[in-house]
Design a protein around this ligand. Sequence first.
Ligand SMILES: [Zn+2]
Length: 503
Amino acid sequence: MQKIGLAGFLHETNTFSITPTPLENFLNQSGFYPRLLKGQEVFELSKGKYNIAASGFMADADKYGFEIIPLMWAGAEPSQPLKTVDFEYLMKLIEEMIRENEPYDGLFLDLHGAMVFGELQDGEEEILRRVRVIVGEIPIVVSLDLHGNISERSFELASVMVGYRTYPHIDGFENGQRCAAVMNYLFSGKTLFRAFRQSPFLMPATTQPTTKEPAQSLYALLPEMDKTGGMISATIMEGFNACDLPHTGPSVFTYAESQAQADESVDFLIKEILGREAQFSVEMYSPEEALVKALQIAETTDKPIILVDVQDNAGGGSPSDTVWLLEELVKKKIDRAVIGVIWDPQAAATAHHAGVGTKVQIALGGHTLPGHKPFEAEYLIEQLHDGDFLGTGPMVKGRTLNLGKMAQLRLDGIRIVVSTDRMQALDQSLFRVVGIESSEMKILVLKSANHYRADFGPISGGIINVDAPSAIIEDPSKIAYTRLREGVRLKGLGPVFKHPVSK
Ligand SMILES: [Zn+2]
């Protein structure tokens, strides 16, 4: 039996976000992520086939003869950098647990790859540096979300890093299984060779889904590569742009039985990325243009048209409370439209206090973004919900979700889904729980970038990306970076980044 310590510590940090990251977000359920699990509680993640890498890793433990020592698992919805004191609190839990159960044959870490804490310090680098100090030169295998911004230092500290291959992310479980297979390989005693490269350009989020080009055929290369003799692991990270660090952006890493093979495969993948560069550009429409376009498409189909509020995506660290698109829906008096999820704890509380069937004046949303304002109106309280519900789509199937008090508010034909906790609209259950059947709508306004595609994609008759302001800037050439590495192109064939001082 090989003794493997298992820990998870996940956050995608938007360093431009206006939404704080309280420690409570890690202690309690936060959006997509379960509550903090300590010690034996981590085994809760092995009770089902959850879309979480730790779940997949534990599922294959018996197959490889691993004895899992559960240490700690914590994650929170994307937002600002963690305060140093909170990072230290969670890091100490991991370090203490590691020390209590020493020694190990290997360590498995379920990380995101884009965590930032304190004064723009890289979270994963610090996690890896600290655990390496304790456990020494044993295998450390790391699972990463495909949105990791990976520094060369992190890459060197880990024995092997393995990234998700789908966006929407539906292979968290499988990624854990890939990590278990790699861990097993590392115990064979063979030498492993590695290569790491950064992409010379950033990929705007709306170009990143692996369900369509250009990323679809790119990611299809990876399973082919797996079949090549001598290849151990290959990863393409698309990176998370809302992060002001030198190594922000896509990276590629490969592991093989010879240095030549690791180098050749990493260069091949970079060449394939470069061959698609022109397709990594931005196409978005103003709220007004988008709605006109959506109504035209709606004439040709019975399926709902999705307007994607990409820049107000809670899953990228935005507040998820802007009302630009609500204003537009009201102006055009749209029938059978829904917008959500709007994060507004006060509005949710007011709705619950007033009760179903009543009409109440609410200053809805618009509380966070400077210069923005709420949409004041008399809303009909159509339906309420408080507490747990079950995820149903590919990303959260079988998982218990909880966004606190929720409400469906109505303004004539327009339905608004309001929540107390922030979460992006990645699953139809978030609307169904307050009585909305998405497939019966004409227009769906979703606060998400791409994850909605997993569950809402199959029912939609068209998808339009909307350019409405929030804490995410979809076009990286418009982001006010100060610390990004010089020379990187800010999107496909985009302008080259220079530090503001050297401009
Ligand atoms: Zn991601």
